[in-house]
Design a protein around this ligand. Sequence first.
Ligand code: NAG
Ligand code: NAG
Ligand code: NAG
Ligand code: NAG
Ligand code: NAG
Ligand code: NAG
Length: 433
Amino acid sequence: MLLPGLWVLASFRAALTLFLVLSLSIFCNSHDTGSFKTFPINKRTSLTRRDGVFDVAKALRSVATTKTKHRQNLINFQRNKDAGTLLISLEIVPASLTSNTIGSESLMDVAQDLQWVGNITIGTPPKRFVIDFDTGSSDLWIPSTDCPTSYCQAKNKYNPSASTTSHRYPGTFRILYADNSTVEGNNYTDTVSVAGVKVDNQYLAGATNITLADTSSPMDGILGLAWPELSALKQNPFFFSAISQGAVAEPVFAFFLTNTSASELHLGGVNHTLFIPPIEAHPLSADAKGFWKISNGIVELDGKKVLSGIETIIDSGTTLMYGPPEAVRTVFAQVPGAKPFASLPGAYQFPCNPPPKLSFGWGGKQWEIAEWNFNLGQTEPGSTDCVGSLLAQDLGLGANSWLLGDSFMKNVYNVFDVGSKSVGFAQLSGQQA
Ligand SMILES: *[C@@H]1O[C@H](CO)[C@@H](O)[C@H](O)[C@H]1NC(C)=O
Ligand SMILES: *[C@@H]1O[C@H](CO)[C@@H](O)[C@H](O)[C@H]1NC(C)=O
Ligand SMILES: *[C@@H]1O[C@H](CO)[C@@H](O)[C@H](O)[C@H]1NC(C)=O
Ligand SMILES: *[C@@H]1O[C@H](CO)[C@@H](O)[C@H](O)[C@H]1NC(C)=O
Ligand SMILES: *[C@@H]1O[C@H](CO)[C@@H](O)[C@H](O)[C@H]1NC(C)=O
Ligand SMILES: *[C@@H]1O[C@H](CO)[C@@H](O)[C@H](O)[C@H]1NC(C)=O
């Protein structure tokens, strides 16, 4: 997620999900219609500098962000479990009984592949916000007009009193960042629209005090697309509300992420233009804990099986790929000349040529990570060694759990199916606009 200067925002995005302390309330049903939207986006590169060298500072920030976010996810999950509050039952309204929509939201790759943002509207009349869509968290968060801090000055802000559909609930929430900066605010419900998919009475957090320094990213907030178990608001996330309100044709959304043209979040189905059937679907793990997590993963290197039986979380809000330290060591042990990269704990370097061919599979096709997604650039100018996008990190997600972010998702069409509780992958068609 990042252009020069925008990288600080990487920590913001994940931090948005931090330390929200909120509780429950009422949930209402209704339905609505909408229309398609697509927008062109810009081409960006990744954590690689213009001169082809790996950007260590940027990567350090990205790793920290990922760790912080998932730490908070675990806190949310435990809190929800202990409270016994969840889960609001997911009532899937048959499409034939409702007016519904398939919406397509273009995502702008704002920060050199480190953050995918698109427009949503909140309130009546609708106000536009720039949002990071995150399959690794479950809350919607935006700054509010009651926020006087410099961070908020530069942002699109939520004005509850200017929205006839806004409802304020008593109490405050607080987000505490790893560096002790905070976000504080209130809980609301309001109408939220994403790519023509309109949801009434969606729970969201409006921040009144943000003490973050960076104001350079276009991102105002986050919209979480993971399961209710991870919600700090203890409410259905946007897409789950859309399903129960009959606002989407199918309980499915799909991501197409690319560096060269329109990245796209498709709500309520899949965009058949963008992939070649079949979609290879895999059921969520028994212990998915609110994540988009699938089991029985297989890791291959240069066509040879290195590991099997791994658990994998598919996370659009994470830039790179992470595995348990011992497992990642085993993978790089298969790469001649590979060794730990001293400047970034958990990263490995290896001879740039020939590029190692890493793939992940779940019993069907092995989905290969293209070189441009695996090679993050040279270790230093003139070096013949490069840095890989697979990092060793214990994220506390489980001894056998891997986190596959954009470095993986950019290689496939990614289908998230709430109805069948599965994640599916299909081969990209290369037909994007
Ligand atoms: C709003 O958040 C506060 C603080 O957690 C909580 O006490 C209150 O019950 C919440 N209100 C609703 C309606 O969820
Ligand atoms: C962008 O993606 C294409 C494949 O779609 C790849 O060939 C190219 O190297 C990538 N460019 C960068 C800068 O990553
Ligand atoms: C979001 O809306 C603004 C203003 O209409 C527009 O300039 C921008 O291109 C949109 N972004 C995306 C990713 O669609
Ligand atoms: C944050 O605050 C706590 C308690 O005041 C303190 O122990 C900790 O060192 C602080 N962390 C940072 C990064 O300043
Ligand atoms: C905003 O948060 C900071 C950090 O927690 C705190 O010091 C400050 O008093 C808060 N400001 C307001 C107006 O609540
Ligand atoms: C599907 O993808 C194509 C190619 O990028 C795009 O032109 C089209 O608008 C998308 N379909 C929808 C419904 O958004």
